[in-house]
Structure formats: structure tokens, C-alpha cells
Write a protein of this length. Structure first.
Length: 271
């Protein structure tokens, strides 16, 4: 299935109308199933769905590593797409014990949560210790737009990327939902064998708490986003040991947690 569609449009500009067309992203129901039992239905972009299946499974704690999925097939069906995964016996038993259903709109990060405690569940401590300079953060964010072909076509999707000083952009994934993009990235990094503790997580969206939760599960020490975080995202990032950077622009950025992980020049004090 194609990730975009071109549709007719009428453009109104400067007091006149003209017939035109616009390339827009596709958005389809994607069912994630384990051993033929449906677990989640999300609305997502129909690209990089193998990565999505693996990354979603990692983010939800259904698997601990990509090899826990013994088989994965992406199957078009009349109403959408199914990602059919077969789990190793021990992971299937664990899933059965905590089975719950999710059904949500694009980017729905907490759909199906059945208790307030689970919504703000404790996150793992990120133990990676690596520091970045402002120039490295600027270089990483500068590289992100050119690695978003779907957004260049549509101007309507989010991206999540992973950057290291030695490799530059290791992987970038796009989706209509920011949570889906991050799950796809997590799956891509797992398949590549990348070490999340060695780099920066780049986000083209705002930083909500579930994005920080996913980053903590991934083990990324620094998040850099173009938009601002929520208050709860800052609180969870502080607890998890994640450096959270927002409002990343060409002229700089704002650090909300663990600023010691950024190598900034000492301030000059005026007497």
C-alpha cells in the first residue's frame, strides 16, 4: 500500500481561487496480533510496518528483544493491515497474563490503560552516560528534515530519529502519529542492533509523557524535540535520568532536565 495519495483541491490565495491538487498521507487501521489474537488497533501510516510491530512490542513490554518474535508478517486485509506476530512461548505466556485491548486514533499513546497508576507507571532508569555539545545537537536537528521524505511530500507527518556523533543519523521513521513514529524507530534500531545509549533521540513533535516513557524503555539518554514538553514529561524525564531538550531551533534550544549532560561553555559573569 502506498503511503501517500494525491487528491484534488481548490486553493484560495490572495482573493482568487484556482484548481489544484495536494499529496496527503495515507492513514489506515493497523491491527497488531500475537499468535492470531488481536491485541491493538492503531491508525498509522502504512510504511515500515515490520519496524512498527517490533517497536510497539518493545515499548509495551510484550517482548524484551526482537528475537522474542519468532515470525512476523504484514498482511493486507479488507479493512486495513494486520501485523501478525508469533511470540516465543515464554513471552506469549507473559502476554496472556497481562492481556489488555487497545483501540485508538493516530498517535494515541495511552488508549486502553485501565488504571491511573498504569498511566504514570514507573519508568526504567537510563544508565547511559554520554555528553553532547550544542554543536552536535544543532547538527543532529539540521540533518532531520532532509531525512523525512514523506513529510517533504505532505507536510503532515511526524518523525523520530536517532543520531550519534560517529554515524550521524542512524535511522529515521515517519508516521501520522508521533507515538507510532517512535515505535517504528525503536523497531528499526532493534533490527539494526544499534545501541540507544550512544546517541540522541530526535523528535519533530511536542514531548508528551508517553514519548518520555518510550524513550526510557528504549534507553536513550537525551531527547531533543522541536516543540515544548508537557509538565508531566519533564517530571518523568527528571526521574528517569533523561536529558530533555525542547524548542530546538537554529539559534539554540532549552534544556528542561539534567543539563549537566550538555557540554556548554561556562557563563561569563559581569562584575
Amino acid at each position: 500500500m502506498h503511503s501517500t495519495r494525491t487528491v484534488p483541491s481548490t486553493v484560495w490565495r490572495h482573493g482568487t481561487a484556482r484548481t489544484s491538487s495536494r499529496t496527503i498521507p495515507e492513514e489506515v487501521p493497523v491491527a497488531l496480533t500475537y499468535n492470531r489474537a488481536s491485541h491493538a488497533v492503531m491508525l498509522a501510516s502504512p510504511s515500515d510496518l515490520e519496524d512498527f510491530g517490533i517497536g510497539f512490542s518493545l515499548s509495551e513490554g510484550i517482548i524484551q528483544q526482537a528475537s522474542d518474535i519468532e515470525a512476523l508478517d504484514v498482511v493486507p486485509v479488507p479493512d486495513g493491515i494486520e501485523i501478525r506476530m508469533d511470540l516465543a512461548p515464554d513471552r506469549l505466556e507473559s502476554l496472556t497474563r497481562r492481556q489488555r485491548r487497545l483501540a485508538g486514533p493516530s498517535g494515541c499513546g495511552l488508549c486502553g490503560i485501565d488504571s491511573l497508576a498504569e498511566a504514570i507507571r514507573p519508568v526504567p532508569q537510563v544508565t547511559a552516560h554520554i555528553r553532547f555539545s550544542p554543536d552536535e545537537i544543532a547538527a543532529a536537528m539540521d540533518a532531520l528534515p532532509q531525512a523525512q521524505p514523506l513529510n517533504q511530500l505532505t507536510r503532515a507527518v511526524h518523525a523520530a530519529g536517532f543520531w550519534t556523533p560517529n554515524q550521524g543519523l542512524v535511522a529515521v521513521r515517519e508516521d501520522v502519529g508521533r507515538h507510532n513514529a517512535l515505535d517504528k524507530l525503536a523497531g528499526a534500531l532493534a533490527r539494526l542492533g544499534a545501541v540507544p545509549g550512544n546517541g540522541l533521540l530526535l523528535l519533530s513533535s511536542r514531548v508528551s509523557v508517553e514519548m518520555v516513557q518510550k524513550a526510557a524503555n528504549l534507553g536513550v539518554p537525551v531527547i531533543v524535540a522541536v516543540s515544548a514538553p508537557t509538565a508531566l514529561a519533564v517530571q518523568v524525564a527528571e526521574t528517569a535520568g533523561i536529558t530533555l531538550i525542547g524548542i530546538a531551533r537554529q539559534d539554540g534550544f532549552e534544556i528542561f532536565t539534567h543539563a549537566h549532560n550538555i557540554r556548554m561553555e561556562p557563563e561569563q559573569h559581569v562584575a
